[in-house]
Design a protein around this ligand. Structure first.
Ligand SMILES: Nc1ncnc2c1ncn2[C@@H]1O[C@H](COP(=O)(O)OP(=O)(O)OP(=O)(O)O)[C@@H](O)[C@H]1O
Length: 486
C-alpha cells in the first residue's frame, strides 16, 4: 500500500487540492451540544522530518469553515486502473491543529479541571491514538503544567496546614500486570477493598511540596517507561500509563483526583502482521482494554446526560470490571450511590501522514463513538428559546431577574457564557461562582441552579422537535465521498 501511495503522490495531491467539502448537517452539526462533562477533542500533530523524508503527503485537514470538523483523504485503486480519492469527515468537540501548542491545549481543556479536583471532583484526561501520533508528547507536558499550577499558585510563605495535600502516583499497565513507575517498576496489585474502592496495593504515593519534587518524579517515570520499551526492542509504548494526583483539601474536607492517562498505541493490522504470537496477544489485550474503556467512558457520559437532563432510560452499561485499566479508573465510572462528580476529556491524537491514514480513521471513529449528544431543545412558533439556545445576554438577563437577594452578579456567574455553556458548568463551579458574591448563601445558589435546570427540562418537554432522549454521532457518522482522477 505504501508503494501505491508513493507512486501516486502527485495525483493524490491534485485530487486533494480539487476537493470541495460538503457542509455537514444533522447529527454531525457542531451546534449540537454534547455531554456537558465530557469533551472529545482531536490533536493533529505536525508532519515530522521522518514523515517528509519518506515522501508521504499530508492526509488529514482541519476544516476551517466548520469548527471541529476534519477531512481525511485516502487513495484507492480503481478497477479501471485510475486511483480515486475517498474523503471521510469526522466531528469532534474541539480540534487542535498542528500549530496548537500543548500549553494552549492545557488552557482549553485542563485549566478548569484543576480547581474542579481541588473542590473534590474527579478530572480525567485520556490521550488515545495510533503509535507515534503524539500521545506521550501531549500527556507528559500536560502532567508538568498541571503540577505547575497545583504547586505554584500558592506562595511558599503562605502555605499552611489548611493548604491542599498533593500526592502523586504513576503506574503502568501492561496486559493484566501493573507496575509502579516511581519504584523501579515494582509489580503492584489492583484490588478492590471491602468498601468497593480500588486500591493500588504496593504502589507508592509521593507527597509533593514543590514543583521540583513533581518534575523529578514525572521524569523518573518517563525514563523508566522508555527504558522498558527499548529493552523490549520496541519503539512504541505497548502499555498504558496512569498518572494519579490526589488532592486532599483539609479546609473544605474534600478529596479530589486528577488522572492523566497515556494509553497504549492502537496498532494497525499491517504492523501486527509483522510480529510474533506474543505481540499479537499483547495487541489483543490492548484492543480489548480500549474497547472496554470506550464503553465505560460513553456509559458515564450517557449517565451524566440522563441525570442532568432528567431524561428517562435504562442505566447505561459501564463494564469497568472487565479490564485492569478501567478497574484502576473505577472512581470515574462507578455511579453507584450517586457517583462522584466527574469531568472527562479525551484527546484523539492523529499522525497526518498518508502512510497512517487507516489508523487515523480508526482513531477518529473511536473518538466519535464517545460523543453523547444532549437532548436537543427545539423552538416552536410563538415559544421562547430553550436555555441551550440563549446567548450570553439572555443568560445575564435571566440571572438578574431570578437570582433573589442578595444579588448575584452576572459578571461573576456568567461573564461570557452562553446558555449551553452555563448548563455545562459543574454544580461545584456554578455554586463556587455564586458564593463569590457577598452575602449569598448555599441555599440561594442551589435554588438558582435548580430553577435554571427546571427551565431547561421544561423547555425540552414542550419541544415538539425533540430528538430521541439520547443520541450519538455513532460509528456511521463519518461520510465519505469519492473523486476520480480526471
Ligand atoms: N505536536 C507535536 N509537535 C512536535 N512533535 C511532536 C508532536 N507530537 C508528537 N511529536 C513527536 O512525534 C514523535 C512520536 O510522539 P509520541 O512518542 O508522543 O507518540 P505516541 O503516540 O506516544 O507513540 P507510542 O504509542 O508509540 O508511544 C515524537 O518524536 C514526538 O516528539
Amino acid at each position: 500500500m505504501d508503494q501505491f501511495y508513493l507512486r501516486n503522490a502527485i495525483q493524490y495531491q491534485a485530487l486533494v487540492d480539487a476537493f470541495k467539502p460538503m457542509y455537514l448537517t444533522g447529527a454531525l452539526n457542531s451546534s449540537d451540544a454534547t455531554s456537558p462533562d465530557m469533551v472529545v477533542s482531536a490533536r493533529i500533530r505536525p508532519l515530522l522530518g521522518d514523515d517528509m523524508v519518506a515522501g508521504f503527503p499530508c492526509a488529514v485537514f482541519p476544516r476551517h469553515s466548520q469548527p471541529g470538523v476534519l477531512d481525511i483523504h485516502d487513495l484507492y485503486n480503481h478497477p479501471r486502473g485510475r486511483p480515486i480519492l475517498k474523503s471521510f469527515n469526522y466531528q469532534v468537540d474541539k480540534l487542535f491543529t498542528p500549530d496548537t501548542t500543548t500549553e494552549e491545549i492545557y488552557q482549553d481543556l485542563l485549566i478548569g479541571l484543576v480547581p474542579f479536583a481541588r473542590q473534590g471532583g474527579i478530572g480525567t484526561i485520556f490521550a488515545y491514538g495510533q503509535t507515534g501520533s503524539g500521545k506521550t508528547f501531549t500527556i507528559s507536558r500536560l502532567e508538568q503544567l498541571v503540577m505547575e499550577s497545583l504547586t505554584i499558585s500558592i506562595p511558599e510563605e503562605e502555605k499552611d496546614e489548611s493548604q491542599p495535600h498533593i500526592r502523586l502516583t504513576i503506574i503502568e499497565l501492561a496486559g493484566n500486570s501493573a507496575f509502579d513507575l516511581l519504584s523501579a517498576r515494582k509489580p503492584i496489585s489492583i484490588l478492590e477493598d471491602a468498601s468497593g474502592t480500588t486500591q493500588l496495593s504496593g504502589a507508592a504515593e509521593h507527597q509533593i511540596h514543590t514543583i521540583g519534587d513533581a518534575l523529578s518524579l514525572i521524569d523518573r517515570a518517563a525514563s523508566l517507561r522508555k527504558t522498558a520499551s527499548t529493552m523490549k526492542n520496541d519503539t512504541s509504548s505497548r502499555s498504558h500509563s496512569i498518572c494519579r494526583i490526589r488532592i486532599a483539601n483539609p479546609s473544605a474536607n474534600t478529596e479530589g483526583f486528577l488522572y492523566l492517562v497515556d494509553l497504549a498505541g492502537s496498532e494497525a493490522a499491517r504492523d501486527v502482521a509483522t510480529h510474533g504470537a506474543e505481540r499479537m496477544r499483547e495487541t489483543k489485550d490492548i484492543n480489548l482494554s480500549l474497547s472496554v474503556l470506550k464503553d465505560c467512558i460513553r456509559g458515564r457520559a450517557e449517565w451524566d446526560v440522563q441525570v442532568k437532563s432528567g431524561a428517562k432510560g435504562k442505566k447505561p452499561r459501564m463494564p469497568f470490571r472487565q479490564s485492569a485499566l478501567t478497574k484502576v479508573l473505577k472512581h470515574v465510572f462507578d455511579t453507584t450511590a450517586g457517583g462522584r462528580e466527574c469531568k472527562t476529556a479525551v484527546i484523539a491524537c492523529v499522525n497526518p501522514s498518508l502512510a497512517d491514514v487507516g489508523a487515523s480513521k480508526n482513531t477518529l471513529r473511536y473518538a466519535e463513538m464517545l460523543r453523547v449528544l444532549m437532548p436537543r431543545v427545539g423552538k416552536n412558533e410563538g415559544e421562547g428559546y430553550g436555555v441551550f439556545e440563549w446567548g450570553n445576554g439572555e443568560v445575564r438577563e435571566w440571572i438578574i431577574q431570578n437570582c433573589g437577594t442578595p444579588p448575584i452578579s452576572p459578571n461573576i456567574l456568567a461573564p461570557t457564557e452562553s446558555g449551553a455553556e452555563i448548563l455545562r458548568l459543574s454544580a461545584l463551579e456554578f455554586d463556587y461562582r455564586c458564593l463569590k458574591n457577598p452575602g449569598v448563601t448555599r441555599e440561594q445558589t442551589e435554588a438558582l441552579r435548580s430553577k435554571l435546570w427546571q427551565l431547561h427540562i421544561d423547555s425540552q418537554r414542550q419541544s415538539t422537535t425533540a430528538t430521541p432522549a439520547l443520541s450519538s454521532t455513532g460509528t456511521d457518522s463519518s461520510m465519505s465521498t469519492a473523486h476520480e482522477l480526471a
